[in-house]
Design a protein. Sequence first.
Length: 71
Amino acid sequence: MEQIGRFLILTGIIIVVLGLVIMLAGKLPFIGRLPGDIVIQRKNFTFYFPLATSLLISAVLTLILWILSRK
């Protein structure tokens, strides 16, 4: 039961941090506008694929989870 409690607490903390990141992401000028993000604009159509932003977020999350998983 103790492991389930720890898991639930960690999951809650991760959800709170993710919520804060989502709330503040619009205020960070470089998120979503990095070189390597693909934007195609036409008359009635806009395609946006944040490739570089996704890679940056993935690298940061990997580093954080790697640090947390070390014992």
